[in-house]
Design a protein. Structure first.
Lengths: 301, 294
């Protein structure tokens, strides 16, 4: 083979590889739109047949009721938000504190030990976390709050907090580390203590990255299924507080899809819930992406 | 390489297209899964050429799979609904019903609960959410905590039809994944009440599980409360929440499927049924089984 043909061969090869990657990228988009339209197409007939009012305002979710089949998703929606919000309240302070410690305070040796451990935490299967809820968190809640059982929204919130923690820690830590050194040095030079520098200079400078990490953690919490299915009791009533049993949107789909007949109203109404979940997590992820992107541009010079 | 691809495709095809010829696929009731699994194990020991796969998911799921012609046998702890029979026939599936055991559905509470017995109408009111406090029944000063099954469960449907008078369950009832989960819940919940198949209240040694109390149930205020733990009460129908545990097949069972069901109904099979805490088939159910050729 001459030099010329070898060069041409390499050009062809590179072109092919580039094409291959391009098609993979397009495939991801196609899959996304595919899922979106599948949920939409399967769900629309249910909304048409029952009316949006039934979904949004009827009092509860009971599609197999012998008295009156009702498809009210409000209680499920509130339940999903309750566990996600509760999880964030628990996880944000712990997550940011850990991130700040790892980025600013921890000696390298501890940092190298803790970081991989947090990553392992992210890899624990949600079924296992659910077990933990039944065997450990539930009984603790029973004792602390003097209730008869621990299968409550609080249980789910605690578990989801644990599951969202790795996301929040690792992305927040990245954000804190990438705050330019000049900021901290300037602050310290002006006589600020390390604590003042951390809380008033470094953290605010990393705020958008931290915010993005929180949104990603929230996306995870909204979509989580197995853990809340096992730990929250699955009572589809409107929750009165964190010590009530609740049933989230994800758990509803997981419980009921197996027994529905393909194509009937119950089946399709589960797709309506799925569509709503898709939109919710999509919006949350989109916001965090936009914020992260803006943040990246801010420090680019 | 080509061979591997072909084999993978063939496997995929099998997976999508349901079931091969060799393995008997059984799916459905969670109440029956331990029982049928045990029956299958013993049967396969005696017949090394037989192969049986038993999975759960709930009676509704099992019947849905039978309708879609994806299983040989559907386990169900409730009768198949007319609507389901119609859907099956549309698919060219003709369900045949065989009762393989009798179950006394147990109403269970925590051992610490002082309540001694309940009437059917009281249980109905409790699970419909009309009685919400143990005090109303002469019990402790605790709000009642309800444990039930999920809508795909035959037990959920049976209990709703026969105890709640076909009315809605309270939305505050916790929808648990299986009988065992309800038992665990009640053992750790002093205010709990739930319902499970009689096979689930015993431990390995055949004693009632520690921390659990099985309530005697009275038909109405005038009747004596009756316990489901005595075979005679359940078989004679004196216990008011007795039911049959069914298997459904597509068409009259034949070949390997027929041989397995015949084993389940044989004295040896029925002895296993009793060992697992359930009761052997008797009375009108035997008559019914004749229609399916047993």
């Amino acid at each position: 083979m001459g030099l010329k043909s070898r060069v041409r061969w390499r050009q062809v090869k590179e072109k092919c590889i580039a094409q291959f990657f391009q098609w993979n990228g397009i495939l991801a988009i196609v899959v996304l739109f595919g899922i979106f339209s599948l949920l939409l197409l399967e769900g629309i007939p249910a909304v048409k047949a029952l009316g949006l009012k039934e979904f949004l305002f009827s009092d509860h979710w009971d599609p197999t009721s012998p008295e009156r089949e009702s498809y009210g998703i409000l209680a499920l929606l509130v339940s999903t938000f309750m566990v996600s919000f509760g999880a964030l309240v628990i996880t944000i302070p712990i997550g940011i504190a850990t991130a700040a410690y790892l980025a600013e305070v921890a000696p390298p040796r501890i940092r190298e030990l803790v970081k991989p451990m947090i990553e392992i935490l992210a890899g624990i299967p949600s079924v296992v976390v659910g077990f933990l809820g039944i065997l450990v968190v539930g009984p603790v809640i029973t004792r602390l709050f003097h209730v008869s059982h621990g299968l409550t929204a609080l249980n789910g919130a605690v578990l989801l907090a644990v599951m969202a923690l790795p996301t929040i820690i690792s992305i927040s830590e990245d954000a804190i580390v990438s705050v330019p050194h000049e900021f901290k040095q300037a602050s310290l030079a002006l006589g600020a203590t390390r604590w003042q520098t951390l809380t008033q200079v470094t953290l605010p400078a990393a705020a958008s990255g931290i915010f993005a990490s929180v949104m990603l953690g929230m996306g995870r919490a909204i979509g989580e299924t197995m853990t809340v299915l096992m730990a929250c009791g699955n009572a589809p009533s409107m929750p009165r507080g964190y010590l009530d049993s609740i049933q989230t949107m994800t758990a509803t789909i997981a419980i009921e899809l197996g027994e529905t007949v393909q194509g009937d109203i119950h089946y399709r109404s589960l797709f309506v819930i799925g569509f709503l979940l898709f939109v919710m997590t999509f919006v949350v992820n989109l916001i965090s992406d936009l914020v992260l992107e803006k943040y990246r541009r801010m420090w680019q010079r | 390489m080509k061979k591997i691809v072909m084999m993978t495709l063939a496997l995929l095809f099998c997976g999508v297209h349901g079931f091969g010829q060799g393995v008997i696929q059984i799916k459905g009731s969670d109440t029956m899964i331990n029982l049928v699994q045990r029956l299958a194990e013993v049967y396969m020991e005696a017949h090394p050429d037989a192969s049986i796969a038993v999975t759960g998911g709930g009676s509704g799921v099992g019947i849905a799979a039978l309708i879609a012609n994806r299983v040989h046998i559907a386990d169900a702890s409730r009768e198949i609904k007319p609507k389901e029979i119609a859907m099956a026939k549309e698919n060219g599936v003709v369900p045949y019903e065989i009762a393989i055991a009798i179950d006394g559905l147990c109403v269970i509470v925590n051992e610490a609960n002082p309540i001694k017995s309940l009437t059917m109408s009281q249980i109905g009111q409790i699970f419909r959410g009309e009685i919400t406090h143990w005090k109303e029944l002469g019990g402790k000063d605790l709000p009642i905590s309800l444990y039930g099954r999920q809508p795909n469960s035959g037990t959920y449907v049976f209990f709703m039809e026969h105890v709640l008078g076909n009315k809605d369950y309270s939305p505050r009832m916790k929808r648990m994944n299986g009988n065992a989960q309800i038992v665990e819940g009640i053992i750790s919940d002093k205010a709990g009440i739930g319902y499970v198949g009689v096979g689930y209240v015993y431990d390995d040694k055949g004693n009632i599980r520690q921390g659990l109390k099985v309530l005697p149930v009275a038909k109405d205020e005038k009747s004596e409360p009756v316990t489901p733990l005595v075979a005679e009460n359940v078989k004679s129908g004196k216990y008011p929440i007795a039911r049959a545990l069914y298997q459904y097949t597509n068409g009259k069972p034949k070949g390997a499927v027929k041989a397995f069901i015949a084993f389940e109904l044989s004295p040896e099979g029925q002895k296993i049924v009793e060992e697992m805490g359930f009761y052997s088939v008797a009375g009108k159910y035997l008559e019914n089984n004749k229609k399916a050729g047993f």
